[in-house]
Every structure is written in structure tokens, then in C-alpha cells.
Design a protein around this ligand. Structure first.
Ligand SMILES: [Zn+2]
Length: 298
């Protein structure tokens, strides 16, 4: 009997401990993000309080996307939906109306000082904001705010995660400057598949040339390619890069015509899978900085 009463007592104590424990993890939010880079950062800020699904998968092209019925269902059931915005996810509106999702996606890039440029005679905004960690600070602020609004009981948790991630972004920016600032001006030129590195170029003073414009949905004309080949020769661009999420055919062809040497692969708008070199945003950006700075030393 003595044993039994002891057991009962232990059981009661445990129950009361649980009852009075602070509700640190009030709930788990079901969150959908449009592509892997954004999903990774939502996961960093949300931690254990979010379950994040990325619509476009690893190594996928965020400009073009064929959603599955499962994607539509995840969207419909989501507590919060994040897009980067600025014209990146041209497929999102169609998916929203097809899915029956009635909320409004959070535009993570709102408040970023964007690059406006002319493409095919039209003024367009460069959507590739994440290729500067300075811009990603704005993403973090917007993500923290949206998660806290959806789950106020965990706001303190989101705030702490955001603060620690912001520090890592500051370190990442300093790392890029340390690697790139000393490179002589005439060496800071690179050929890539499409125009996705404008913010990287703006922040670290690197000139990126590419046959395809801001979106992979557009195709370069023969005249565009010929003009680019002339420009690469005139500017003495020495290195070209593939993109993990894009067909390298055109960039190969231009490299062959100009004598530019392969610099390897850049992760411009999609993470790699878990075992790849760009499994997180921090890894991806650091990897790209290393690739570019190594190429400049050749
Ligand atoms: Zn792109």
C-alpha cells in the first residue's frame, strides 16, 4: 500500500507541474512560404512554433511553378502564407484563387529599397532581394511581425529568434565585405544565366552580366545574346557561373564565344537539398561569396 500511495502522489505532482507550467509553446502555426530561401528564414524565426512548407522545392525555379493538388490544400489550410513579392511569384494569384485560400499573403519584401530597371522598354522591379543580407533584415522584421500577429502568445519567442538571426545576417554581410572589398575594380565582373544578382552587385560592387533578364520566364533574343557577347569581350569578363535552378545551355554558349572560364555553380534563388552546399540561406550566401571571390583570384 505504501508503494501505491507514493505512486499516486508522484502522479499528482506531475499533473500539477504541467498545469502551472507557462504556455511557452501555445500552438504550432501551419505556414506556407513560396520558395525555399524564404521558407528557411521563416523556419529560423518561427522555430518549434511553426511548421513550414515551401511550395517551390530545393533547386526549383521560383519564377515558374506547377503547383500540385497537395500544394493547393496546404495553402488553403495555412495559418500564414509568405511570399517574397515584387513580381517574383507570378503564379501565386492563380494558385490562391484555385485553392480557396481566403487570407492575404504576407509580402516579406515590403519596405526594402528595391532596384528599378528597364527591361524590354518597361520599368520593372528586381525581385531577387535576398541576394543581399542587408535586405533580408527587412524580411526578418516582417516575418517576426506576421508570426507574432498570428500567435501572440509566442511573440517573445519570435522576437528572440529574430534578434539572434539578425546578428548572423550582420556577420554574413561583414564576411562578404571582407572577402570582396579588396578585389581590384577591373576584376569584379561575372557572367551568370539570368539577372538575379543585382542586389549582391549593388551591395558588394560586383558587375553581373546575363543573357536572360530578371525573370527566367523571358527568353533572350539572338540580338540580345550577340550584344552581350560583345559587351563581355569589351569589358574583359573572365568568369561565368551556372545557376542551380536554371538551364546552363545559353551561358555555356556565350562562355564558349567569349573565352570566359567556368567558375562553378551559384545558388541564386533556390536552396540545395539538405546535403548540398546551400542547405540554408546562411550557407547559400556564404557559398556564393566564396565562389565569386575564388573566381576573382584566378
Ligand atoms: Zn530569378
Amino acid at each position: 500500500m505504501a508503494h501505491l500511495s507514493k505512486l499516486v502522489l508522484v502522479g499528482t505532482t506531475m499533473i500539477s507541474v504541467l498545469a502551472f507550467a507557462p504556455l511557452a509553446s501555445a500552438k504550432t502555426l501551419d505556414v506556407v512560404a513560396s520558395f525555399t530561401v524564404l521558407a528557411d528564414i521563416v523556419h529560423e524565426i518561427g522555430g518549434a512554433n511553426v511548421h513550414v512548407r515551401s511550395l517551390v522545392g530545393p533547386n526549383g525555379d521560383p519564377h515558374e511553378f506547377e503547383p500540385s493538388p497537395d500544394d493547393a490544400k496546404a495553402l488553403k489550410d495555412a495559418d500564414v502564407v509568405f511570399v517574397s513579392g515584387e513580381g517574383l511569384e507570378g503564379w501565386m494569384d492563380r494558385l490562391i484563387s484555385a485553392s480557396g485560400y481566403t487570407g492575404k499573403p504576407v509580402v516579406a519584401s515590403e519596405g526594402i529599397k528595391t532596384r528599378e530597371m528597364e527591361e524590354d522598354g518597361k520599368e520593372v522591379t528586381d525581385p531577387h532581394v535576398w541576394n543581399s543580407p542587408v535586405n533580408v533584415q527587412v524580411w526578418v522584421n516582417n516575418i517576426e511581425k506576421a508570426l507574432a500577429a498570428a500567435d501572440p502568445e509566442d511573440a517573445e519567442h519570435f522576437r528572440a529568434n529574430a534578434a539572434s538571426y539578425r546578428k548572423k545576417l550582420v556577420e554574413l554581410d561583414a564576411y562578404a565585405h571582407a572577402k570582396l572589398d579588396a578585389v581590384p575594380d577591373d576584376k569584379r565582373k561575372v557572367l551568370t544565366s539570368h539577372d538575379a544578382f543585382g542586389y549582391f552587385g549593388r551591395e558588394y560592387k560586383v558587375k553581373f552580366l546575363s543573357p536572360v533578364g530578371l525573370s527566367t520566364e523571358t527568353e533572350a533574343s539572338a540580338a540580345d545574346v550577340a550584344k552581350l557577347i560583345d559587351q563581355i569581350k569589351a569589358e574583359g569578363v573572365k568568369v561565368y557561373f551556372f545557376e542551380n535552378s536554371n538551364d546552363p545551355k545559353l551561358v555555356n554558349q556565350i562562355a564558349a564565344a567569349t573565352g570566359a572560364k567556368p567558375g562553378g555553380e551559384l545558388y541564386v534563388e533556390a536552396l540545395s537539398d539538405k546535403n548540398g552546399p546551400a542547405s540554408t540561406y546562411l550557407n547559400m550566401f556564404r557559398y556564393n561569396v566564396n565562389q565569386v571571390s575564388t573566381a576573382f583570384r584566378k
